[in-house]
Design a protein around this ligand. Structure first.
Ligand SMILES: Nc1ncnc2c1ncn2[C@@H]1O[C@H](COP(=O)(O)OP(=O)(O)OP(=O)(O)O)[C@@H](O)[C@H]1O
Length: 488
């Protein structure tokens, strides 16, 4: 039996209303003590000294943030005095048995070492790359609890908050500028065998000292799509469908495919659209992942008109999504071309002041359009969904929520419409708080074995004393490797 973290659909982010429920599989594993009720760890005292896997010491300061599983502390390498309020480091800490920090740590250790980032920047002639620097990690014991921690750059406010403060939407030039920068970050991540799989404003943090810099953070859902250069195979697995943040997650994720590069870009496209319009066509059906999937399929099927129809200022994003639609599952995107598509209206810097651009388009029309509405001809190379077994779909629909890990802040409830085809926005045009539901698939033994195998092959695992507790005690996400090579 394994343990699944659950939280009510609209439960408060970081609130103690999590429960731990038993799930199927992995019978009889060692280390099966259920994680403590309420996943947020007990805060460690200010001034606590931690030693990382390289024996470097770190001093804990105040808690400055909390996520679904862990706390963020200010931290300092100068252990002899209290941590200054303007310190450049933070420590992210979770209970040892929790999975997301382990996943995030593996990303940083494999893909975001300072040297690697430095040489990438040199080779690309970049002044800046928006990935926080990783400074170390380790394990700690406190008051009978075991913890994992990771030291990274201290960052500033997240874009969700910034955006809410400035009226909900962003200026078009800023959205396009953000899009370009994120394509550049994604290219780096993708070239290092990873995808992020959870791009959204809440995971974009401004620099602490320089708010002109934007970092893509939170790699808790990141996925190694191409371990040792071998891309995961195309395998739809409806039972693993809808992973990610429901508003933005890719159609691949809805279908239960392992995340890949095109999925990240599609997620980014949905984010850009949201930031521009302040709303998305599936806002009103967020509680029903299948309806969300259908609304996204409809939008992608009817590009570019479906996007242009939402607002007058979406031409570049429509082109962006149209290009993403042409990508095959394993295809390497043309990052330069994607950046070029966004470049025409992009600003130099970022301006988060109130957006006065056109609001989203007609409110009472369906995103599903007749073929005569479609505008320019569609590319013929667009990937087609494999037929989905309706029985499996029904099973997904009725599957009890506790079978998955669900996370998301309360924010406001989506309003109104019951059907995807009437899912056009009805009220607010702003990026106001909303239900953001993240589905995270429950651990599978294949995925765990796969991770173990990959790790065993790596020579660079000197920091592996930070390995997790017995596998079954932690939460892991990841689809199994499919036997069926199916390039779509
Ligand atoms: N490097 C950082 N510097 C400063 N604040 C940070 C840093 N990383 C995260 N935060 C802030 O701390 C809070 C918690 O972040 P964290 O990444 O742990 O969780 P989350 O993304 O909010 O939720 P989840 O754990 O469910 O993914 C957020 O408000 C985030 O903006």
């Amino acid at each position: 039996m394994t343990w699944v973290w659950t939280r009510p659909l609209l439960g408060r982010r970081g609130s103690p209303d999590w429960t731990c429920q038993r799930g199927a599989g992995s019978e009889g594993k060692v280390g099966m003590a259920p994680p403590k009720k309420g996943s947020l760890p007990k805060p460690l005292p200010e001034g606590f000294i931690l030693s990382d896997s390289q024996k470097k010491k770190w001093r804990l300061g105040k808690v400055i943030g909390q996520g679904g599983f862990g706390l963020i502390y200010l931290a300092s390498e100068d252990v002899g005095r209290p941590v200054a309020s303007d310190t450049a480091f933070v420590i992210k800490m979770e209970y040892l048995e929790n999975g997301p920090l382990f996943t995030e740590l593996k990303f940083y250790q494999r893909a975001a070492k300072p040297d690697k980032i430095k040489s990438w920047k040199r080779s690309r002639r970049l002044d800046f790359l928006g990935i926080p620097t990783y400074w170390g990690a380790g394990l700690a014991e406190y008051d009978n609890g075991s913890y994992r921690f990771m030291v990274i750059d201290r960052l500033g406010s997240d874009l969700q908050k910034v955006c809410e403060r400035s009226g909900g939407r962003m200026k078009k030039a800023t959205v396009l500028q953000l899009g370009q920068r994120l394509v550049s970050v994604l290219e780096y991540i993708h070239e290092n065998e990873y995808v992020h799989a959870d791009i959204k404003a809440a995971n974009l943090l401004l620099g602490y000292r320089n708010p002109e810099q934007v970092y893509l953070a939170d790699y808790g859902l990141s996925y190694r799509y191409c371990p040792a250069g071998v891309h995961k195979e195309y395998k739809e697995c409806p039972k693993k469908g809808h992973n990610g943040t429901i508003e933005y997650t890719s159609l691949d994720a809805h279908r239960g495919l392992a995340p890949s590069r095109r999925g990240d870009l599609q997620i980014l496209g949905f984010c850009l659209l949201h930031w521009l319009c302040g709303t998305l066509p599936w806002d009103n059906v967020l509680k029903d992942p299948i309806q969300v999937q259908k609304a996204k399929e409809s939008l992608m099927d009817h590009l570019p008109h479906s996007v242009k129809h939402l607002s007058a200022n979406t031409e570049e994003v429509a082109k962006f999504l149209l290009h993403v639609k042409t990508l095959a599952y394993q295809e390497k995107p043309d990052y330069q071309h994607l950046q070029d598509l966004l470049s025409s209206g992009a600003s130099e810097g970022l301006d988060f002041s109130l957006s006065t651009g056109p609001t989203a388009g007609p409110l009472n029309e369906s995103p599903e359009m007749s073929s005569s509405d479609e505008g320019p001809e569609q590319p013929t190379t667009s990937p087609k969904a494999e037929p989905v077994d309706t029985e499996e779909k029904d099973e997904m629909r009725t599957r009890p929520v506790p079978a998955r890990y669900i996370r998301g802040p309360p924010l406001s409830k989506p309003q109104g419409a019951k059907r995807a085809d009437s899912a056009l926005p009805t009220s607010s045009r702003s990026l106001r708080p909303r239900a953001r539901i993240t589905y995270k698939e429950h651990t599978s033994e294949e995925a765990e074995a796969e991770e173990e195998e990959e790790e065993a092959e790596e020579e660079e695992e000197s920091e592996d004393e930070a390995r997790p507790q017995p596998i079954s005690a932690r939460y892991l996400r990841g689809p199994p490797i499919g036997p069926r090579p199916e390039q779509v």
